[in-house]
Design a protein around this ligand. Structure first.
Ligand SMILES: *Cc1c(COP(=O)(O)O)cnc(C)c1O
Length: 376
């Protein structure tokens, strides 16, 4: 008897095969046009993406990291200006703040939703706070209505890091709002592992505010709309036409993929609900979670991960080290014990396979392996 085949944490080839004719045609169209940087494909994708998100402006850039960096540069930082970021997120959120010339100030998160709250933000606010970047982690939005009201009272700019949450929504007093249309400016990543993934690096800034969009649009082409005339110092961070063409095809399938991820999550919730040692991901009331990751918590995380690996089941630890304890930020004085929820999560989180093409049989194998580990 042979062992059953393993279950990868993520398999991008399955999605490609279902769309190969459409994707190949889109790539061929760009190749035939020989228009590789900005141009009509990018214009069209920007318009389609803005309309999907419900934001009036969208500016295509080279990566999600740059989609954070350029709006931060547009704020024109003075030395010592601070930007609050969660300690529990992907490194890029804080790296962009640092590279823009701001001081990153780390805040804790709600250990159930993994997201920042008004309380964790307020705990680290100072008179130098210029902006805050709530991250919509793992596919669920941070509580934006409360955060925006807090920021307005405090005179702080809010930038959404929506890199993991394209298509996520939440109910607010003003009605439903999508990730990317809540704050004045938002950052998206189309890195291949995100819910809407390109064939390489790509990103997008969406904005409610035309002036910010205008500034970001200049910053991505070295600070000037007109060639060889520079109003500010920007960088080269444009969205490739090839990536835009691929993303235009995939955008039409995104809601279906999100539904498949949500169905997978519901099946895990059901299967793992009885395992007392495992904490399931929490969906906040009124939130539509799109599960870029399905992340459980348990004390014996490393043992569980090893046991899954032994059965060929992939899993991921996002993230093992909180940002305030990263070596590169040691000059900022972060100490163990300062942000207890973020620190605890780093020792307990485990992300399971959740990609849309996973299917019930493979998902059940993952769930059974977890039940087996805990003797359930
Ligand atoms: C992926 C990601 C980014 C950066 O996006 P890239 O396209 O990889 O540069 C930023 N923030 C978060 C939360 C991310 O997950």
């Amino acid at each position: 008897m042979t062992d059953p085949p393993g279950v990868p944490l993520l398999d991008l080839t399955e999605q490609y095969h279902t769309l190969a004719p459409e994707l190949d045609a889109a790539v061929a169209r760009v190749v035939r046009s020989q228009r590789f940087v900005l141009g009509p494909e990018v214009d069209a994708f920007e318009a389609e993406f803005a309309s999907y998100v419900g934001a009036p402006h969208a500016v295509g850039v080279a990566s999600g990291t740059d989609a954070l960096l350029l709006p931060l540069l547009a704020l024109d930082p003075s030395p010592g200006d601070e930007v609050i970021v969660p300690a529990f997120t992907f490194f890029a959120t804080a790296g962009a703040v640092w590279n823009a010339g701001f001081k990153p100030v780390f805040c804790d998160v709600d250990p159930r939703t993994f997201n920042v709250t008004v309380d964790t933000l307020e705990a680290v606010r100072t008179p130098r706070t210029r902006a805050a970047i709530p991250v919509h982690l793992f596919g669920q939005m941070a509580p934006m209505d409360e955060i925006l009201a807090w920021a307005e009272r405090a005179g702080i700019t809010v930038i959404e890091d929506a890199a993991q949450s394209v298509g996520a929504r939440m109910q607010t007093a003003a009605g439903p709002v999508m990730a990317g249309a809540a704050a004045p400016v938002s950052a998206f990543s189309f890195f291949p592992t995100k819910n809407l993934g390109a064939f390489g690096d790509a990103g997008m800034v969406t904005a409610l505010d035309g002036e910010i969009a205008e500034r970001v649009g200049k910053l991505r082409v070295h600070g000037g709309r007109q060639m060889y005339h520079h109003e500010m110092v920007g960088t080269n961070s444009r969205l490739d036409a090839l990536q835009a063409a691929v993303l235009r095809v995939k955008l039409g399938h995104l809601d279906g993929w999100s539904e498949a991820r949500r169905a997978n999550a519901a099946r895990y919730d059901e299967a793992l609900g009885e395992v007392a040692e495992v904490l399931l991901p929490t969906v906040a009331p009124g939130h539509h979670h799109v599960y870029n990751q399905y992340t459980i918590r348990c004390r014996r995380r490393d043992e569980l991960r090893a046991a899954l690996a032994e059965q060929g089941i992939g899993s991921g630890v996002y993230y093992p080290v909180p940002l305030h304890l990263q070596e590169c930020f040691s000059s900022l004085g972060g100490r163990r014990g300062r942000l207890p929820a973020a620190e605890q999560l780093c020792g307990e989180v485990l992300s399971l396979p959740i990609f849309p093409e996973l299917g019930g049989d493979r998902l059940d194998r993952v769930a059974e392996a977890i039940q087996g580990f805990f003797g359930a």
